[in-house]
Structures are given as C-alpha cells and as structure tokens.
Design a protein around this ligand. Sequence first.
Ligand code: TYD
Length: 224
Amino acid sequence: MIGGSHRGRFITFEGGEGAGKSTQIELLARHLRDGGVDVTSTREPGGTPKAERLREILLSGKIASLGPLAEATLFSAARIDHVDRLIEPTLARGGWVLSDRFADSTRAYQGARGGVSRRDIDLLERAAVGATAPDLTFILDLPPETGLARAAARRQIGVNVDRFEAENIDFHRSLRDAFLDIAARHPLRCCVIDATRSVAEVSQTIRDLIAVRLVDGVRRMAAQ
Ligand code: TYD
C-alpha cells in the first residue's frame, strides 16, 4: 500500500448543487485504492463526530438569522476539528484525503455570495486551514439550472432539501461565478471540470488530471 513515511495528498471537490461530487469521489477512491493508495473520503461540513453535529445545525438553517459571518465562523469551527482530527493525521501518515467541499465553499457561499469580506474569510481560512491547503481542487462546473434539476431528482428519492439548495436561482448563478473566480485566482491548485458530461467522462478527466498533476508524487511514494 502506498503511504507511510511520505506525506499523502489532499484533494478537494467543489461546485454548486447537483454537480456530482459525491459520485466522483466514490469512483476516484475506488480507483486509487485499486492502485494501492491509502484513501480516506470525507465531507464538509462534517467528517468528524463534532463537525457532523455542527453540520446538522448549519444545514437546518437555524443559525441563518445570525448572518453569513456567523455561519462562516461555524463552518470554520467545524473545519478546525476536521483538519486537526482527520485530515492532518491522515496526510501525515501518508494517506490521501478526498474531501467533498472544503474552504473554497466558505469563500463562495459565505464570502462571494453571502457578503462576508475577503479579509474576514482570509482570517478564518488561515485559522482553520493553516498549512493544510489542498494539493488539488476539482471544481465541478455546470449551469445552476441543471444542478438544481439533478438535486430535485435526488430529493424525489427521499433526500431533504437543505438551507442552501432552497436559495433562488440568482444565488446559484453567483455561486458558480464565485467558484470560477477562485479557480482563475488559483490556477495551479484548481481544475475546472465540465460536469454536464457523463459520469464516466468526468471520472476519466479527473484521473487524467491526477496523473498529470500528482503522479510524480505517486511514483516517488511507490518507490519507497
Ligand atoms: P451537502 O448536502 O453536503 O450539499 P452538496 O451535496 O451540495 O455538497 O450540504 C452542504 C451545504 O453547505 C451546501 O449547500 C454548501 C454549504 N456550505 C457552505 O455554505 N459553506 C461551507 O463552508 C461548506 C463546507 C458548505
């Protein structure tokens, strides 16, 4: 198994509602495990017992009335536990972490969209993330109409609508712009993926990008 004395890799998946992040994470995790990589899949908000409890509060909308800065602070509090107790220890032992959302979501949802200043978001990010920045971020991009239709189809099979899915279409449009803006400002870390394509095509693109961007690290680790 790949892992051990070398630090692992941290890959995050971002995007609007219904972009297919969880499906892609599952497929990638299986692919990497088949290749002998020690993989941990996780999500935000959540990933640890304490952060999952904060998730319930955040997604219920109960603290929405406190405003986006309070929400951003609570998302960051959940992130601190997630980084300290799961992400950092996994990377330190040589494991790879795949996270369904991370700090870019706070920047897009509470920052660009919710109006929390860049300065405040930077401050929260420095506190919560510190040196544990992702090595690679996939931004699964698709028109919000398509994403919301997919999310609605998912709900028909019994999944409840959360506070953010319930926002209007303008919210989701500016969210998309916010993620594209993050990608443009961090071209070395972020890859924008056209998520309107089939699951198989998106998954292959992700594998190809990992091979190009991280494969040297994989080879080095495999050689240990
Ligand atoms: P989830 O059901 O995981 O949605 P999705 O399938 O779209 O990832 O719910 C997470 C929600 O929380 C999602 O609407 C995005 C939002 N969110 C923020 O607003 N800020 C954040 O920092 C994070 C991590 C998530």
